[in-house]
Design a binder for this molecule. Structure first.
Ligand SMILES: *[C@@H]1O[C@H](CO)[C@@H](O)[C@H](O)[C@H]1NC(C)=O
Ligand SMILES: *[C@@H]1O[C@H](CO)[C@@H](O)[C@H](O)[C@H]1NC(C)=O
Ligand SMILES: *[C@@H]1O[C@H](CO)[C@@H](O)[C@H](O)[C@H]1NC(C)=O
Ligand SMILES: *[C@@H]1O[C@H](CO)[C@@H](O)[C@H](O)[C@H]1NC(C)=O
Ligand SMILES: *[C@@H]1O[C@H](CO)[C@@H](O)[C@H](O)[C@H]1NC(C)=O
Length: 471
């Protein structure tokens, strides 16, 4: 894993205060190896963040409207833990164990989708997957025939409806007898730039103190552009929180400086037995999740919508029209939180307002427009020879007053050299004054580094607090 080309970031991690950056701290390289083309990997991350946003915004997947969940966890532990680590492919990896005996596989941790799937069988094919730094034949996979608990899901099994809805077509089955050996249809899923296809199994999901039998998991036999399987933590019935009926889950994403290292933090899954419902985790600021009013679009029901109210750049309130902050009646607009996006995405009108405000407040520095084109990030500035560098704060304020005052390393990054910095927010070129489709703002994982983040599903709220995630 460590052989992958590390992206050529020099993080602004040694910052003393949130806004003043002593130049002396810039003459280090954090041990990151320059890749042959330092902009290529950044460009790739920016492109995949944008492609991801397009998928999220236009993803009209066929989803069930059936919420009959039948899986029963064998209760014992209240909070179960899985290790999370940062990867140079731009995401965070979570290890999960499936099967009897169990096989442990790394997954992309993704709150923006719901199915859990693993690369499956020794014949798994992955095209365009070498960007992950692994030879595609080396991507860890699950071998169902080595597990005594693997079962192909039948077409009339209610769990087949998790993915295909109540109107799933079961060819050759008599709908009146519930006696059918036809398998649930194969799935094909699109994610940003990549895709995956396979068949649904039930398997035992195995934690050290908890076994979850009959867990629905995808056995993918062919994928494009996937560094690993995906662990879906979205709101769909097939996700980990839904199948395990989690009361809450929380994580602390380590700095991207620890990409491809053995540094891990815990993803905590709270199954809730004995939990004091309604209690807040000390130190966290909370804001309610928001429901998307368009319940006929299944994709919208899968995302965690936030109530973003204001964006500040420095002390300036950037006047973002309300339709971008909260979804309208048609379901479009609004802001979501997504661990599967690397950089935060803002629809062009929002991005322009934010970028112009940074440009105005940083007018003492030369704009690097060529670098913006190269990387897909921006605005970028040359800060060479400026002594103490002033960077305005970036603050997201949510309903209820919870404020995310981002550490500078969560929204500015050195790019290419220690003389140029770019805002790590992306947009696209869709010009649609009435607003686009889907969420307008997607809070990515880069902006969540060194935050304790809690999805309190029981109380339908989102909690966060700044926290150094590494010891
Ligand atoms: C599956 O079983 C075979 C034969 O017993 C063994 O060689 C192989 O290592 C096993 N693979 C996994 C992933 O457990
Ligand atoms: C189910 O199908 C099998 C073979 O297709 C048949 O032998 C069996 O009698 C059927 N059972 C019921 C309850 O219809
Ligand atoms: C993590 O890696 C470091 C350096 O490569 C090594 O010294 C340390 O023992 C490793 N820790 C674990 C838990 O593997
Ligand atoms: C809900 O979303 C769907 C698909 O995006 C759209 O066709 C439909 O018109 C929307 N419903 C309303 C009430 O606008
Ligand atoms: C810009 O430069 C001028 C003169 O060098 C200085 O007085 C001013 O404080 C600087 N402004 C900012 C925002 O750094």
């Amino acid at each position: 894993m460590s052989s992958s080309p590390l992206f050529f970031f020099f993080f602004l991690s040694a910052v003393v205060s949130a806004v003043k950056l002593p130049l002396s701290s810039l003459s280090h390289s954090d041990g990151a190896l320059p890749s042959k083309d330092p902009y290529l990997s950044l460009r790739r991350l920016a492109d995949s963040s944008i492609a991801r946003a397009h998928k999220i915004k236009h993803g009209a997947s066929v989803k069930p409207d059936d919420d009959a969940l039948s899986s029963a966890s064998t209760a014992s532990a209240t909070v179960v833990k899985s290790p999370l680590s940062a990867k140079s492919y731009g995401g965070y990896s979570v290890s999960l164990s499936f099967g009897t005996p169990s096989q442990t596989i790394p997954f992309v941790f993704d709150t923006g989708s719901s199915l859990v799937w693993f690369p499956c069988t020794s014949r798994y094919l992955c095209s365009g997957c070498s960007f992950s730094g692994l030879d595609p034949t080396q991507i860890p996979r699950f071998i169902p025939k080595n597990s005594s608990s693997s079962r192909v899901i039948g077409c009339q099994n209610p769990k087949c409806q998790f993915l295909f809805g109540a109107n799933v077509q079961c060819r050759g089955c008599d709908p009146n007898t519930r006696n059918c050996t036809v398998a649930c249809p194969p799935y094909i899923l699109q994610y940003g730039l990549g895709s995956t296809a396979g068949i649904l199994l039930t398997e035992t999901l195995d934690f050290p103190d908890l076994k979850v039998p009959d867990f629905v998991v995808g056995c993918s036999i062919i994928s494009t552009r996937q560094p690993a399987g995906i662990a879906g933590f979205g709101r769909g019935p097939e996700s980990i929180p839904s199948q395990m009926k989690l009361k809450r889950f929380s994580h602390c994403l380590v700095s991207r400086r620890f990409d491809n290292t053995n540094v891990t933090t815990d993803l905590d899954l709270d199954t809730g037995s004995g939990h004091n419902s309604g209690s807040k985790t000390p130190g966290l600021s909370y804001t309610p999740f928001r429901k998307n009013p368009n319940v006929s679009n299944a994709a919208f029901l899968e995302y965690y919508y936030l109530n973003l109210r204001r964006i500040y750049v420095g002390s300036k309130h950037v006047k973002v029209p309300y339709k971008f902050l909260a979804p309208g009646k048609n379901g479009n607009g609004g802001s979501i939180v997504d661990s599967g996006s690397t950089f935060t995405f803002m629809e062009r009108p929002v991005f322009t307002l934010v970028a112009e405000e940074f440009a105005a407040q940083m007018s003492n520095y030369t704009r690097e427009k060529d670098l913006e084109k190269l990387t897909g990030l921006g605005p970028c500035f040359n800060i060479a020879g400026k002594g103490d560098v002033s960077v305005p704060e970036l603050i997201f304020e949510f309903k209820g007053g919870a404020k995310m005052e981002l550490p500078i390393s969560n929204y500015f990054s050195f790019v290419g050299s220690s003389e140029t910095v770019c805002l790590t927010v992306v947009s696209d070129n869709t010009v649609n004054p009435s607003g686009g489709t889907g969420p307008a703002i997607i809070l990515g994982s880069f902006q969540q580094q060194n935050y304790l983040v809690e999805y309190d599903l029981e109380n339908d709220r989102f909690g966060f607090a700044k926290k150094k995630c590494t010891p």
